[in-house]
Design a protein around this ligand. Structure first.
Ligand SMILES: [Zn+2]
Length: 160
């Protein structure tokens, strides 16, 4: 896709991210249908999917050890074909962070993330403030994750 125009103000960036969230919400139901299809993949189909990338996560490029997820990739032609054709292997963590963002929204997230990581590495005042807040948020998230999963909600990770 084409890179989108740079918003002219912080408020415009916030509005754009909000609009993209609304677009994502509208897509959610069809993605839930994909989720049901993914659960029905046969062992042979999962094996074929895993082989496509040589056992690497298609999102981050890292080697997959142990459990992994079959990530649905939207076919360019809209054609059907074999069920395994529309999937690529991914780490559960990568897939859970990526799964319901549109390409445009995900590009903004990548740009923001790359920019912020530089702020943190350079120890700018904003970078250090963001890092402190991020680490506190991660600590809370980790402690929630380690608790027994009584009411597991896979969507809770996406609202942070
Ligand atoms: Zn990954």
């Amino acid at each position: 896709m084409e890179p989108s125009a740079i918003p002219s103000s912080p408020e415009e960036l916030a509005e754009l991210l909000h609009e993209l969230r609304l677009v994502r919400r509208q897509r959610k139901e069809s993605l839930r249908a994909d989720d049901r299809a993914r659960q029905s993949l046969l062992a042979a189909e999962r094996s074929a999917i895993f082989t496509k990338t040589g056992g690497r996560c298609h999102i981050c490029g890292g080697t997959i050890h142990g459990a992994w997820q079959a990530d649905h990739v939207f076919p360019h032609s809209g054609g059907g074909g074999h069920a395994a054709d529309n999937y690529l292997p991914a780490h559960a963590l990568c897939n859970n962070y990526r799964w319901d963002y549109t390409s445009e929204e995900f590009q903004h997230i990548l740009k923001l993330g790359v920019w912020l990581r530089t702020q943190i590495e350079r120890k700018t005042p904003l970078g250090l403030r963001a890092a402190k807040s991020f680490l506190a948020s991660e600590t809370v998230r980790e402690s929630r994750r380690k608790r027994p999963q009584i009411n597991a909600n896979p969507e809770s990770n996406h609202e942070a």
